[in-house]
Design a protein around this ligand. Structure first.
Ligand code: G3P
Ligand code: MG
Length: 258
């Protein structure tokens, strides 16, 4: 049985590499994970959504254009991701050239292969469920179901997170035993009650939202307090002094995770 993750039994490292290696490599690719690992990182954040035929893969944006060569490679409408293109098409795209020549030809990464890399190397993963708009609940269900299969028998389950409550509801209903975190870009009314109702073990906030009172609220309610995306030394020091529980950073070259 995988380790049960609760706020009390929290097995994850404090430092988490955002999208693999922040901006040093093409985000959400295996090349980025490898580079983050070379910098000593043992936990990674990534963004997961679904292809038109239901394959979970890693991509931040709702459209393909910023981080792939879709405009040149795919015919007609290349704006949509999940609703428009099957994995057989997406798997042909170059997700590295936009970043730099060194990464030309780097493919998009499936959640399956991200899991293989993390499990083989003993790394932890935070899967941010980033649904194509309109597919929130379904994406949560499918990502959670895949994650449960991919990490079956693992000591360290992935942490699922999302800004979308519908996605977290889908994940919770599909696989209640996988740990969940509610992402917050503001402290909207009812955030704490929502996190608890969703059975979350953590809230993952824009780091500027944490102060002594919000940290006490979250931790007092039995939730871990994590932050994104922290790229400055002063901000990291502030969060450490506040007693928060984890930092997601792009700056794998600045912060030593050990
Ligand atoms: O999961 C934390 C962080 O990645 C959330 O924001 O837009 O970088 O996915 P974003
Ligand atoms: Mg993210």
């Amino acid at each position: 049985m995988p380790l049960e993750v609760t706020a009390k039994h929290w097995p994850y490292p404090f430092w988490i590499a955002h999208r693999g290696a922040g901006r040093l490599a093409p985000e959400n690719t295996l090349a980025a994970f490898r580079l983050g690992a070379q910098h000593g990182y043992r936990m990674f954040e990534c963004d997961a959504k679904l292809s038109a035929d239901g394959v979970p893969f890693l991509m931040h944006d709702a459209t393909l254009t910023r981080t792939t060569d879709a405009r040149a490679r795919l015919a007609a409408n290349t704006s949509a991701v999940g609703g428009e293109h099957a994995w057989s098409e997406l798997s042909q795209l170059d997700a590295g050239s936009w970043h730099s020549r060194a990464y030309a030809g780097e493919p998009l990464l499936t959640l399956d292969n991200a899991a293989r890399f993390c499990r083989a190397n003993g790394h932890a993963l935070n899967i941010e469920i980033k649904p194509t708009p309109g597919t929130e609940r379904h994406t949560g269900e499918v990502v959670a179901a895949h994650a449960a299969r991919l990490w079956q028998g693992a000591d360290l389950p992935p942490l699922l997170s999302s800004f979308s409550r519908e996605a977290l509801e889908g994940a919770r209903d599909a696989v209640p035993g996988l740990p969940r975190g509610l992402l917050l870009d503001t402290l909207w009314a009812g955030w704490l009650e929502s996190a608890r109702a969703l059975g979350c073990v953590a809230v993952v906030c824009n780091h500027a939202l944490w102060d002594a009172s919000s940290v006490a609220l979250a931790q007092g309610a039995g939730l871990r307090a994590l932050s994104y995306t922290v790229n400055d030394e002063w901000a990291a020091q502030r969060l450490i002094a506040l007693g928060t529980d984890g930092i997601i950073t792009d700056r794998v070259d600045l912060f030593s995770p050990s």
